[in-house]
Design a protein around this ligand. Structure first.
Ligand code: GTP
Ligand code: MG
Length: 208
């Protein structure tokens, strides 16, 4: 799939104020600074559609980006950022949780993890929480440009091993770099496939 148009639509802290329509959406979530906003820019071929920063805690709202006028990419604040105040953390946690629990248009979450790091408790706990709430997700390993291919392989293997302590199978995963564009086609083709599946299911309903 090619992304032809990508437009910022709305930002807010309130899931009830997210766009009202039935378009499918895919949300990027993960620790602060993992590269959620950068990946949105990479996928959409835009430098600063989503705001990025070297300092964690940049994205503070639920941001909807309309893609090809057909579906949404959603950029969310990071979790696990130690340097924001306790009350800010609580606010983030509340609206992020509400977003995942209530947003019916959410087709799948993408949990981003930095490929250089060992599995982090906060990520594993978040995946567990998604599982308990029946929210489908894939993992996106980010910043693959920082490791050599052999090291990438080793990190993926050890991540898999850890996840298989909790999950019966390894969730779907992608290896990406926003710097060298790796993983872009795989990820966009995957989303395209899911969008098409949804279209086919809808067209087969007895009542339209
Ligand atoms: P918050 O909004 O704070 O939660 O962060 P985020 O997850 O949106 O991260 P963001 O995209 O702002 O990127 C954080 C930093 O990582 C920036 O300095 C980016 O340039 C850098 N970065 C993001 N993706 C990559 C990547 O694939 N490779 C490299 N080398 N750096 C990256
Ligand atoms: Mg961000």
């Amino acid at each position: 799939m090619q992304i032809k148009t990508a437009e910022f639509v709305v930002s807010n802290q309130d899931v009830s104020k997210c766009p009202i329509n039935q378009l499918s959406e895919y949300a990027f979530i993960g620790r602060s600074n993992v590269g959620k906003s950068s990946l949105i820019n990479m996928l959409t071929n835009q430098k600063s559609l989503a705001k990025t920063s070297g300092r964690p805690g940049k994205t503070q709202l639920i941001n909807h980006f309309l893609i090809n006028k057909e579906w949404f990419l959603v950029d969310l604040p990071g979790y696990g950022y130690a340097r924001v105040s306790k009350s800010a953390k609580k606010t983030f946690q509340k609206f992020i949780t509400a977003y995942f629990r209530e947003r019916k248009q959410l087709v799948s979450a993408f949990v981003l993890v930095d490929i250089r790091h060992e599995p982090q408790a906060v990520d594993l706990a978040f995946m567990q929480w998604l599982g308990e709430h029946g929210i489908p997700f894939s993992i996106i390993f980010t910043k693959a440009d920082k490791l050599r291919p052999k090291a990438i392989e080793a990190h993926i293997e050890s991540y898999k091993k850890k996840l298989l302590e909790f999950w019966e199978e390894m969730p779907n995963y992608f290896i990406t770099s926003s710097t060298n564009y790796s993983g872009k086609d795989d990820l966009l083709n995957y989303i395209d496939g899911v969008n098409n599946e949804i279209k086919n299911e809808t067209s087969q309903l007895p009542f339209q």
